[in-house]
Design a protein around this ligand. Structure first.
Ligand code: ARG
Length: 455
């Protein structure tokens, strides 16, 4: 009674769960590039004829031109991008298409395609990260001497410059770029020719395909070549780390833009209004970038969980590797573009930032340091004396710099009028000239250094 339907039903569902074309079609360029390299090598090694290789190459070039402008006609029965390319090739050149798959398997093919794809993604992300650094550098230069409160525990700690604060992110992104570059160097080996898992008996030239595809060398173990996805996991780790950095800056933008702070006004292009509260100017882009950190963590966790405990070599589980990689890439590229645009357009209220830096007795450490330097007081004791000065300022609702000299000398007679030179926030930041410190001259020097690797 249901036999007919049963035979068809599970097959359709099987096809649906089995097919990956909807996701892996994004690798069509890499797949065609890999196939052209493989066909050229097969001909060079006399494994297929020069005529067949020429027909294959011309057919593949035609398919590439076709898909550059039009959509790929998807067919679940053809499972994945590899079979779609081969089927289209057969339509174009006939039986010679069947020779392309000599001495390779979809297992080494997919590993090759994904490595090529991730390599390209890293190069595009590096451009995005560099553009973001450029935006930060420009704003940092503009604000190398603009004073703002520096925080620990989000409590006013010591004055810093806005330029210094922004340069902290330039450093983070420099390391992110370094991580991606390291991942790129490690992934740049060619799995092509590892075949299904054991290599092949055909006299292939793996060095040739490796070179043609811009890899540094062929992978050294065929089992590892088809079953390793640590290059994809490493890519996701790099995305996560960069995403975490973006989320921290986003959080700061959200705080700075909040009215009680009002350190910054968001550009119109990167804020949204409220449908009910006409005065609202919401930092949605920053909030969304802050939240995207969850997606990067999710992508990494997702693929790590797929790979955990998989026996060698290829298992179909690994078909699930692409979606998190593509999603993390798309998200990071978009987040970087949004943050770059936002940083470009932030309007800082430097008066307000400076006033905030002056409040909260942020130069207390400068007073303590002065006592050590000018009066030979041991730091612990200087800390205690300064604490009493802060308490007195608080009692008077005054700033440290506004305490009259007789009040200060009343606290400790070793204090004299020269102390006022260090109690202003400008004097404080100007004094922090240690390498990597917040003094405007230091910040400017670090900007010059940083520009060297932002080209
Ligand atoms: N679509 C597959 C994947 O992405 C390609 C490799 C299939 N290999 C196989 N033996 N079924 O993993």
């Amino acid at each position: 009674m249901w036999g007919g339907r049963f035979a068809a039903g599970p097959a359709a569902i099987m096809q649906e769960i089995n097919a990956s074309i909807g996701v892996d079609k994004r690798m069509w360029r890499e797949d065609i590039e890999g196939s052209r390299a493989h066909a050229a090598m097969l001909a060079a090694q006399n494994i297929i004829s020069a005529d067949d290789a020429a027909a294959i190459d011309a057919g593949l070039a035609e398919i590439a031109a076709e898909w550059e402008t039009g959509p790929i006609e998807e067919d679940l029965a053809l499972e994945d991008i590899h079979m779609h390319v081969e089927a289209r090739l057969k339509e174009k050149i006939g039986d010679a298409a069947g020779r392309l798959h000599t001495a390779r398997s979809r297992n080494d093919q997919v590993a090759t395609d994904l490595r090529l794809w991730v390599r390209g993604a890293i190069d595009r992300l590096d451009a995005g990260l560099t553009a973001f650094q450029s935006a930060l550098l420009m704003r940092a230069e503009e604000h190398a001497a603009s004073v703002m409160p520096g925080f620990t525990h989000l409590q006013t700690a010591q004055p810093v410059t806005l330029g210094h604060h922004l340069m902290a992110y330039v450093e983070m992104i420099r390391r992110d770029r370094g991580r991606f570059a390291d991942a790129r160097a490690r992934l740049n080996e060619s799995p092509l020719g590892a075949a299904a898992l054991a290599g092949t008996g055909f006299a292939i030239d793996r060095q040739m395909t490796s070179e043609r595809l811009g890899f540094d060398r062929p992978t050294a173990n065929s089992l590892d070549a088809v079953s390793d996805r640590d290059f994809a996991l490493e890519f996701l780790t790099c995305c996560l780390q960069a995403g975490l950095h973006l989320s921290r800056l986003s959080e700061e933008v959200v705080i700075w833009a909040s009215q009680p702070w009002s350190f910054v006004k968001l550009p119109d292009e990167y804020s949204t209004g409220s449908s009910i509260m006409p005065q609202k100017r919401n930092p949605d882009a920053a909030e969304l970038v802050r939240a995207k950190a969850g997606l990067f963590m999710g992508a990494l966790t997702r693929l790590a969980t797929v790979m955990k405990g998989l026996p060698l070599a290829y298992s179909k589980d690994m078909q699930e590797d692409k979606a998190p990689v593509f999603e993390a890439y798309d998200t990071l590229a978009l987040a970087l573009a949004a943050m770059t645009g936002m940083v470009d357009g932030l309007a800082f209220d430097t008066d307000r930032m400076k006033a905030a830096a002056s409040a909260g007795h942020s130069t207390a450490t400068d007073l303590a340091d002065w006592l050590v330097r000018e009066a030979g007081v041991p730091f612990r004791q200087a800390h205690h004396i300064t604490g009493r000065a802060v308490a007195e300022a608080e009692r008077r609702s005054a700033m440290l710099a506004d305490l009259p000299l007789d009040v200060l000398t009343g606290i400790d007679e070793r204090i004299d009028e020269r102390v006022y030179d260090v109690l202003s926030v400008d004097a404080s930041v100007a004094s922090r000239t240690s390498f990597g410190g917040t003094a405007p001259d230091q910040v400017r020097a670090r900007i010059v250094d940083a520009r060297k690797d932002v080209k």
